[in-house]
Ligand binder design. Structure first.
Ligand code: ATP
Length: 267
């Protein structure tokens, strides 16, 4: 019998690039939350590793040892048959591959080495709001963050993370101001995603997505990760769903997905 695992969408509510190490890795300061939509995996022990990729975003995802789920299984010392249902766009700044790999590591162990698979893998091991620092390995749970009504929008332009970092001009930006526990939209409005400008340079349509989110009534719109997915923050789930319907009608080629984020475990 295969066990089912869930790999939730990762959203960077803010992402500050605060420096670069001598080895080239960027230092980050980011508030990360997870939504209630994501990829699904079915895993069962097998004599040999094998992987089948299905779902609306299977196209272009490797079904071999290049896939992060395959590498995660190897890291955990497992031989598995994995079926991976890609519901999230990839190369999209919402951690698809990292969250998939973290789901395998959560189920089978080896989380200490999670960072070896990618900077976003450690944060994806726990589904709660976290402040992510260092190159992704310094994690602090964020308390007091409620469930957020978000609308995710991806314009269908894949953005490779290395290309966005390469286009980043200012690599030493101020750190994030810690979340004070109230007036989320105002606080977020004063934080940044330092990758937004270089990503917009590579994919100007990101500017259209952010404008469309504002027009659809979002209290705040930002890009997640290295893009091109953006999120809008709404007062209620119903408001996010109404905006989703409007944006899907106006932009049939965009991926538009309302989601509710996991709140802090401690109030
Ligand atoms: P992040 O938010 O961490 O920057 P991303 O959205 O930029 O993530 P992914 O969705 O992880 O990037 O995919 C980036 C590339 O990695 C894909 O284009 C694909 O070639 C490769 N890849 C390897 N494993 C996976 C996986 N399980 N799911 C999606 N892509 C994968």
């Amino acid at each position: 019998m295969a066990s089912e695992l869930f790999a939730p969408v990762k959203i960077n509510l803010s992402l500050h690039v605060t420096g670069q190490r001598a080895d080239g890795y960027h230092l980050l300061d980011s508030l990360v939350v997870f939504g209630d939509v994501g990829d699904r995996l079915w895993v069962e022990p097998a004599a040999e590793m094998s992987l089948e990729v299905t779902g609306p975003f299977a196209g272009g995802v490797p079904a071999d040892a290049r896939n992060l789920v395959w590498r995660a299984a190897e890291l955990a010392g497992q031989r598995l048959h994995i079926r991976l249902e890609k519901n999230l766009p990839h190369g999209a700044g919402i951690g698809g591959g990292s969250s998939d790999a973290a789901a395998i590591l959560r189920a089978f162990g080896a989380p200490d080495q999670a960072i070896a698979l990618g900077a976003d893998v450690p944060v994806c091991l726990s589904a709660g709001p976290q402040r992510m620092q260092g190159i992704g390995e310094r994690l602090t749970p964020v308390t007091g963050l409620p469930a957020l009504s978000l609308l995710l929008v991806n314009p269908g332009v894949p953005l490779p993370t290395p290309a966005v970092f390469k286009a980043l001009e200012q690599r030493q930006n101020p750190a994030m101001t810690p979340w004070p526990g109230h007036r989320l939209a105002a606080w977020l409005g004063a934080q940044r995603n330092d990758l937004e400008a270089p990503a917009r340079g590579l994919a100007p349509v990101i500017g259209d997505v952010l404008a469309a989110l504002r027009q659809a009534g979002a209290d705040l719109g930002r890009m997640s990760g290295s893009g091109a997915t953006c999120f809008g923050l709404f007062a209620t789930r119903a408001a996010a769903e109404r905006a989703a319907a409007d944006l899907s009608r106006a932009h049939p080629g965009w991926w538009v997905m309302p989601t509710q984020s996991t709140p802090s475990a401690i109030g």
